[in-house]
Design a protein around this ligand. Structure first.
Ligand SMILES: O=P(O)(O)OC[C@H]1O[C@H](O[C@H]2O[C@H](CO)[C@@H](O)[C@H](O)[C@H]2O)[C@H](O)[C@@H](O)[C@@H]1O
Length: 384
């Protein structure tokens, strides 16, 4: 299969009206090039940051994006059940979308043909991929059957979890020590000890909880005090908004508005924006009913995938097939890296149509579970 020819020129629109950036907000809250830091300049984004006068534009587009960032599932009523006996417009739209992003389950044969003679490297996002989206981020538990499936795939394929959460938190949720973990959207990677060829200087040797020697890569370590400070300011600045929740993800901070009354979403946005004005070295990205504050650093989940492939000795090898499964905007960076290098492919987890750089789709975590089980069954058959 020629991975490049599946479909061309993917556009990342994410179902929301936006300017030429994901949020329509980047010109205000985006990149800044700090001088005199100890970092490699290539790690920093370099688009100049505008100072003022665009607040209205910024917030109207942010608000549109906030509204559409995670579909609200209609509650089942008698009427809706009767209605669903006929095919709805959204079913038709989903089916059309699946022509472009075929199901990774029904296309499994195609995937396995492509994987023949190759070593699969598996990258898995956590929230919305391995665990269902729930209202309380502290309760986003993974099912035992999913844990077993992940443990099983990891027996056959090098497997990494790449999450926006802090590395410790996502490790605690997943609870498997045989995996590699990248937290804070890839800014905190614990990987195997390997001689690095890419000269990353923020890499240090450490030991994991099992006492095994590991490599720790934290390109944003300089930002720790700033992130702690902005976390406290965000907690203070949103404390009077019922339902708002701020989560410290170590090298980034999440401001959740899933449980905030829609009428107050702009208040959340404005509060975050007011605070971030004081932090030109921080930027804002947008996930599923969450605003994510992170360092202005040229580092994302895509870079984390490349870093892990390199440290596993699997980079740029014809006999390696990386597969990345994820549901959110930040996963697009990883899909893109795999697509552009024609290295492997992304699988987008979504129950609604959305533009993506992935090649295949799965509807929800229950289909992710099926996919992982299918991979193991296929591998077992082919090993024997
Ligand atoms: O990269 P991920 O592992 O997908 O992390 C992205 C964000 O996930 C979490 O928030 C999302 O899931 C929550 C639990 O289901 C849900 O309540 C929230 O609305 C979602 O945005 C996590 O809490 C965030 O910190 C991550 O940035």
């Amino acid at each position: 299969m020629d991975l490049k020819s599946n479909h061309t020129s993917p556009v990342l629109t994410d179902n929301a009206p936006m300017n030429n950036t994901r949020l329509g907000i980047h010109s205000a809250l985006m990149p800044y090039s700090p001088k005199g830091s100890g970092f490699s300049p290539t790690l920093f984004l370099t688009i100049p940051r505008k100072k003022s006068g665009i607040l209205d534009d910024v917030w109207s587009s942010l608000f549109d994006a906030m509204k559409s960032s995670s579909p609200t599932h209609n509650k089942l009523t008698k009427e809706s059940i009767i209605e669903t006996t006929t095919i709805s417009d959204s079913d038709v739209a989903y089916c059309k979308w699946m022509f472009k992003y075929p199901s990774a389950l029904s296309s499994f044969e195609q995937i396995s043909n492509n994987a023949k003679g190759k070593k699969i490297a598996l990258f898995l996002d956590y929230d919305g991929t391995l665990s269902p989206i729930v209202d309380n981020p502290d309760h986003a538990y993974m099912s035992n059957s999913m844990r077993t499936a992940v443990r099983n795939v990891a027996k056959y394929f090098p497997t990494a979890i790449i999450s926006g959460r802090s590395r410790d938190k996502v490790h605690e949720f997943v609870g498997l020590s045989e995996l590699y973990y990248a937290g804070s959207h890839g800014m905190d990677i614990m990987g195997p000890v390997q001689p690095f060829t890419n000269g990353h200087k923020n890499c240090i040797k450490s030991t994991n909880k099992q006492g095994k020697e590991v490599n720790l890569f934290q390109p944003a370590s300089e930002f720790l005090p700033m992130i702690d400070e902005v976390y406290r300011s965000l907690v203070e600045g949103t404390k009077d908004i019922p339902g708002a929740k701020v989560e410290n993800n170590k090298f980034c901070v999440s401001v959740h508005y899933r449980n905030v009354d829609e009428k107050s979403w702009t208040t959340v946005g404005h509060s975050v924006h007011e605070i971030l004005k004081e932090y030109p070295r921080l930027r804002l990205t947008h996930g599923r009913k969450v605003l994510e504050v992170r360092p202005v650093l040229n580092w994302d989940k895509g870079k984390a995938v490349e870093f892990l492939l390199e440290s596993l000795g699997l980079m740029n090898r014809d006999d390696v097939l990386p597969i990345y499964v994820g549901d959110d905007r930040t996963d697009e960076d990883a899909f893109k890296v795999l697509r552009e290098g024609n290295r492997g492919f992304g699988i987008i987890v979504s129950s609604v149509p959305k533009e993506s750089n992935a090649f295949y789709s799965l509807r929800d975590p229950s289909e992710v579970l099926e996919f992982l089980k299918t991979l193991v069954i296929w591998k077992k058959k082919n090993v024997l």
